[in-house]
Design a protein around this ligand. Structure first.
Ligand SMILES: Cc1ncc(C[n+]2csc(CCOP(=O)(O)OP(=O)(O)O)c2C)c(N)n1
Ligand SMILES: [Mg+2]
Length: 354
C-alpha cells in the first residue's frame, strides 16, 4: 500500500523524480546485462547493486553536481546519474582503450574527475578518512562543496570508520556518511558487525546526528540525505544516514550466496523492491502508466545493449601504455623495460579471473 500523498507534497521537482526512476530502471537493466556478460566470459568481474538502487541513486541525486562522491562498492551508477556517458563507463569494465583510467583498475571500479567521483574502494573503509580529508580541504578553501562518504555495513567494523567519524565530528567537516546496510558483508550478516541497536546510533558517540531510513524507499532516502547535505553545506557539520536495504544478488560475480544465506530471506526482500516502491508512488500520483513502464524498459535495454556493442568493439590499451603516467620523466630502467616489452610478441589475451 502506498501512502496517499498529494502531488504538491513531492520532495523534489517532478522532472527530477521521474529522472530518478528512469535512472533506477537503467541501472537495474545494466546490472542484469553485465552479470550475463560476466557469465559469458566477456568481462572478468562485475559487482551489481541490484536491490540497492534507491539507496544509491536517491542519495546521489540529493547532492549538487559538484559535490564529491567517495563510493564504497555499489555506487558506480551514481556517475551515470551525474551524466557520465555509458560507453566509457562500460569500457572501464572491459578494461579497454575507451576507459578513462586506461584499463588499470579492476573491472567495476570506475571513476571520473569529470563528475567528481572517485573509484570504488576495494579496501573496505579506506575511502572514509579520504572523504573526510576532501571535505576538510573544501572547508579550508571555503568552496561550499559537500562530500558524500558511502560505506557498507561491513565497513563500520573497520578502524577507518572510527577515524573518519571522529575527525569529522571534532572538526565539523561538511561530509555526509551514507551507510548502505544491505544486511550482508559477503557472507557475514550485519548482526555480526555490531552490538549497537543500529548503525545510525553510532553517530551520537561522535557528536553529530544519525538517522536510519528505509533504504528501499527512494523518497525517504532523498529527504534524509538532502537534509544532511543542506546542513553540511551551511556549516552544520557531518551527519550519518543509514539506509536499510538488501543485496538481492550475489556479493559480486565471484560469489555464490546460496552457500550461506536462505533464499526465503531474499524472497521477502524482493517484495520490497525499490523500483516497485517508487513506481507505485509515481502511479498513485498519476505520473506514471503501464505504457510509460513498457517503453522505459524497452529503451533502457536498447540503450544498454547499444552501448555494450560499441564499448566491446574497442581494442585493448596498447601494452606499452602501462609505462605512461608513472613518472614525469621516464627513468632509464623503465625505458629499457618498455623497449624489451615492445620487442616481445604480444601473448594472446587471457580471460580475466577474480
Ligand atoms: C580491508 C578489507 N577487508 C576485507 C576485504 C574483503 N571484502 C571485500 S568486500 C567485503 C564485504 C564488504 O561488505 P560491506 O561493507 O557490507 O559492503 P557490501 O559488499 O555489502 O556492499 C569484504 C570483507 C576487503 N576488500 N578489504
Ligand atoms: Mg553490506
Amino acid at each position: 500500500m502506498q501512502p496517499a500523498q498529494r502531488i504538491d507534497a513531492l520532495p523534489m521537482p517532478r522532472e527530477t523524480l521521474l529522472r530518478l526512476y528512469r535512472e533506477m530502471v537503467r541501472l537495474r537493466t545494466l546490472d542484469e546485462r553485465m552479470m550475463t556478460l560476466q557469465r559469458q566470459g566477456r568481462v572478468g568481474f562485475y559487482g551489481a547493486c541490484t536491490g540497492q538502487e534507491a539507496a544509491t541513486l536517491a542519495s546521489a541525486i540529493a547532492l549538487d553536481p559538484k559535490d564529491w562522491i567517495f563510493p564504497a562498492l555499489r555506487e558506480g551508477g551514481a556517475m551515470l546519474l551525474r551524466g557520465f556517458p555509458l560507453v566509457p563507463y562500460l569500457c572501464q569494465i572491459f578494461g579497454n582503450s575507451g576507459d578513462e583510467t586506461k584499463g588499470r583498475q579492476m573491472p567495476s571500479h570506475m571513476a571520473s574527475k569529470s563528475v567528481n567521483q572517485v573509484s570504488w574502494s576495494s579496501c573496505i573503509g579506506t575511502q572514509l578518512p579520504q572523504a573526510v580529508g576532501a571535505a576538510m580541504a573544501a572547508r579550508i578553501k571555503g568552496d561550499r562543496t559537500v562530500v558524500a562518504a558511502y560505506m557498507g555495513d561491513g565497513a563500520t567494523s573497520e578502524g577507518d570508520f572510527h577515524v573518519a567519524m571522529n575527525f569529522a565530528g571534532v572538526f565539523k567537516v561538511p561530509v555526509v556518511f551514507i551507510c548502505q546496510n544491505n544486511h550482508w558483508a559477503i557472507s557475514v550478516p550485519t548482526g555480526k558487525q555490531t552490538a549497537s541497536e543500529s548503525i545510525a546510533i553510532k553517530a551520537q558517540a561522535y557528536g553529530f546526528s544519525g538517522v536510519k531510513v528505509d533504504g528501499n524507499d527512494a523518497i525517504a532516502v532523498y529527504v534524509a540525505v538532502k537534509e544532511a547535505v543542506d546542513k553540511a553545506r551551511t556549516g552544520g557539520g557531518p551527519s550519518l544516514v543509514e539506509c536499510e536495504t538488501y543485496r538481492i544478488g550475489a556479493h559480486s560475480s565471484s560469489d555464490d550466496p546460496t552457500r550461506y544465506r536462505d533464499e526465503k530471506e531474499v524472497e521477502q526482500w524482493r517484495k520490497r523492491d525499490p523500483l516497485d516502491l517508487l513506481r507505485g508512488r509515481l502511479q498513485a500520483w498519476g505520473m506514471w502508466s503501464a505504457t510509460d513502464e513498457d517503453s522505459l524498459k524497452a529503451r533502457a535495454l536498447e540503450e544498454v545493449n547499444a552501448a555494450i556493442a560499441e564499448a566491446e568493439k574497442k581494442p585493448d590499451p596498447p601494452r606499452e601504455s602501462l609505462f605512461d603516467d608513472v613518472y614525469a620523466a621516464m627513468p632509464w630502467s623503465l625505458r629499457e623495460q618498455r623497449e624489451e616489452l615492445l620487442a616481445t610478441p604480444a601473448a594472446p589475451r587471457a580471460g580475466a579471473a577474480h
